[in-house]
Design a protein around this ligand. Structure first.
Ligand code: CU
Length: 157
């Protein structure tokens, strides 16, 4: 019995060493790219975005496929915990276009793009180390009045 336990332990140690040898930390970096469109009808073209657990960072690109300017139909992409969605949207109202309708120093905002108008794109990159598997996340547009329609589910893990 003792011999069997030692054998299992040796196998576990060998397994761990093999993993360390074949997967150095710098080679494990994986940037996962996401794209989402937004239009002049105050809509995103996706209701859900998913990031796999092995992604080390996310590069999201928002494309405004409409024609209207940012001042009247601007869109951003903002990532929050679902529980913070309404509060972040409400606090963003007063922040104004120059601040991308994001309250200054809002720590509930995990990541966001700037506000873009028709024909424009914006990207944001963030590490997945700021996300927790099992947490409920949502994305939204914080342009005044838009989050009623412009929101969706963001899943990690
Ligand atoms: Cu919008």
């Amino acid at each position: 019995m003792k011999l069997m336990r030692n054998t299992l332990l040796a196998a576990a140690v060998l397994g761990a060493n093999a993993f360390l040898f074949t997967a150095p930390a710098h080679a494990a970096a994986k940037v996962c790219k996401l794209e989402i469109g937004a239009n002049d009808l105050m809509q995103y073209d996706k209701k859900e975005l998913k990031v796999e657990a092995d992604c080390t960072s996310v590069e999201l690109t928002l494309k405004h496929t409409g024609k209207l300017p940012a001042a009247s139909m601007g869109h951003n992409w903002t990532l929050v915990k679902t529980a913070d969605l309404n509060a972040v949207a409400n606090d963003g109202l007063a922040a104004g276009l120059a601040a991308d309708y994001i309250k200054a120093g809002d720590t509930r905002v995990i990541a966001h793009t700037k506000v873009v108008g028709g024909g424009q794109s914006a990207s944001v990159t963030f590490p997945t180390s700021v996300l927790k598997a099992g947490e409920s996340y949502s994305f939204l547009c914080t342009f005044p009045g838009h989050s009623a329609l412009m929101k969706g589910k963001f899943t990690f893990g």
